[in-house]
Write a protein that binds this ligand. Structure first.
Ligand code: ATP
Ligand code: MG
Length: 180
């Protein structure tokens, strides 16, 4: 499984539709301070189901919608699509290419899609759970996260290792079955 493409429109500083094609190997994003490098990883975490506005460096979810600049007026929605190669079937879905889309409007209304089919946020979270790429996974380590992991309580740290080891899915299912 690897990232193939990221399509973004209206998310944070990206008023224009942008498309990032990831080539095999390492991709480095470079640019001056404030040019939107971290906004790219924020977009990836958001489309994977991030629910915390704070962790996306905002106060409320609306803050991720392009808020306007000197030359452009604000937009009414943000949309991110992440396309992944799934030839190794690491994602438990019968497609060799998987795209996930998330859209949010200023009204607060939001939409989620897997391969252009409408779905629930939970479906996206379930799809990526234990893939190593979930919103809680440490495949994305943002500024300050290393300290956070080191300073976390033993129980919280255990969750991180459980996701890495691929057992979180079963624990979540067990909890649900027990009605917790
Ligand atoms: P650094 O090198 O300092 O880490 P960076 O390239 O990672 O910088 P980002 O944090 O990705 O920069 O981008 C910050 C920019 O995004 C700021 O200029 C901020 O005004 C802009 N931005 C964030 N949210 C929005 C929004 N909702 N609408 C418009 N612009 C936004
Ligand atoms: Mg940054």
């Amino acid at each position: 499984m690897f990232l193939k493409r990221l399509d973004v429109v209206g998310f944070k500083s990206f008023a224009e539709r942008i498309m990032v094609d990831f080539v095999p190997g390492v991709t480095a994003v470079v640019g001056p301070n404030g040019s939107g490098k971290s906004n790219i990883t924020d977009a990836i975490r958001w489309v994977l189901g991030e629910q915390s506005a704070k962790s996306l460096r905002g106060a409320k979810m609306e803050d991720i919608i392009f808020s306007g600049s000197d030359s452009r007026k604000s937009l009414n929605f943000a949309e991110v699509t992440l396309t992944l190669d799934n030839e190794d079937q690491r994602l438990p879905i019968d497609y060799n290419e998987v795209s996930v889309t998330r859209r949010v409007y200023r009204s607060g209304e939001s939409e989620f899609l897997i391969n252009k089919q409408s779905c629930r946020l939970k479906d996206i979270i379930d799809l990526f759970m234990d893939s190593g790429l979930g919103r809680e996974a440490f495949s994305i380590i943002s500024q300050g996260r290393v300290e956070e992991i080191l300073n976390s309580k033993a129980e919280e740290r255990r969750t991180i290792f459980e996701e890495a080891a691929g057992v979180l899915k079963y624990k979540t299912r067990k909890k649900k079955a027990e009605g917790k």
